[in-house]
Design a protein around this ligand. Structure first.
Ligand code: 5GP
Ligand code: ZN
Length: 115
């Protein structure tokens, strides 16, 4: 755990969040500043700074995160209309919190390419 990391503090229960699901290695909660009707963040309990830190041994974590995203999309009803899973990685992508997270976005029509 990184005491200065906002998502580690949510995982530790030190900062409140609207937590939707916890699995062995993953926590999912609603984004504080939603960009779509469904905007959920999925984070590993382990502090990894970004996808760049994924390596051997993280295979089951990634499957767990994606399976949780599929289940949460169904739970929010966006599986019928479509949804997007995004991991902003680094400065050009606009990553602002340096604890790996996937954004699950849905509930409105989204543009491509993203801005
Ligand atoms: P990034 O820009 O790093 O891809 O995304 C970070 C996301 O985390 C943003 O969408 C931002 O609104 C969200 N966020 C930042 N701090 C908090 C927080 O303390 N609680 C919650 N629920 N979301 C947060
Ligand atoms: Zn962290």
């Amino acid at each position: 755990m990184d005491a200065d990391c906002p998502f580690c503090r949510i995982v530790a229960g030190e900062v409140p969040a609207q937590i939707l699901r916890q699995t062995e290695h993953v926590v999912a909660f609603r984004d504080i500043n939603p960009q779509a009707p469904t905007h959920i963040l999925l984070v590993p309990k382990e502090h990894l700074r970004s996808l760049e830190e994924i390596g051997e041994g993280h295979e089951s974590l990634l499957v767990e995160m994606i399976q949780a995203a599929v289940q949460l999309a169904r739970a929010d009803g966006v599986d019928r209309t479509g949804w997007r899973l995004v991991a902003n990685t680094g400065a050009d992508a606009g990553q602002s919190v340096h604890h790996l997270h996937f954004h699950l976005l849905g509930g409105r029509r989204m543009a491509w390419p993203p801005g």
